[in-house]
Design a protein around this ligand. Sequence first.
Ligand SMILES: [Fe+2]
Ligand SMILES: [Fe+2]
Length: 275
Amino acid sequence: MTVPGAVQGSPVAKSLKDGGTIEPVREILWGTSQGVRKYETPEEFPPDMRKLVVKLMVVQADTEFASIQQHRPWLDKAPTLEDRWIESRIIADESRHGLQACRILREFGEEGQRLIDDLLVRREGDHKLDAFNMPFDRWSDVGAFTCFVDRVGVYQLRAFQECSFGPLARAMPLMLSEEQLHLNFGASVLRRMVQDGPKYYGSKKEAQESVLKWYPRALDMFGHSNSETSRRAIEFGLKRWTNEEARHRYIEETRAIVSSIGLELPPEEFDRRVL
Ligand SMILES: [Fe+2]
Ligand SMILES: [Fe+2]
């Protein structure tokens, strides 16, 4: 299914400079209910949408809380003072993102609260996606994780931009701007390891090994290529792209970044678990 170009021509794209006001988009921009007013509460959802939104928000919150656990040991082990400060920012940002996803889950009453309670006791090994059950063994893992895994997170958030559920759509701009810091930081850690080697920290070899460790897990995060869930999410106006479309764009983007750093990506099929 293709998503109509209406997204680009939406009132949000009109800048103040062009004499526009910032008008919120009130109608659903794609999917089977295109043109209808966005949903503001779960009571307004069409049948079956409730289950899907809950599922998507649980996965979203789970990744946010898991990454806090992964980053935590590096708060006072990162090589430079600036790196430690950014680690603390990332942890604060991910906490806020987790809270934001849980606020949406709270819209689902008791069911939502039960899911939140369960999310808060999950530890390494309990998380839904493999990328979030792996520890950061070395500093290069922090660089590769934020460069690759957070970047997938950005794709997932962009897919929700201007989606049909108002509270979710409105949470996106701030989350996206915070995520941008994380992935720029990841690329800069890898770049410094390659260019400055031990003068900064570690080596190009370590950076390359971490690319091989995290890149396949990042590609897996997009989900199965023929996923029924992603097809339905588009129909409901929740997501803009299929898993395969998003993964393809991501591969193009990461290829350019990684080669500019002086590292190499493995082939797309290397060490993959979710195809
Ligand atoms: Fe996040
Ligand atoms: Fe992040």
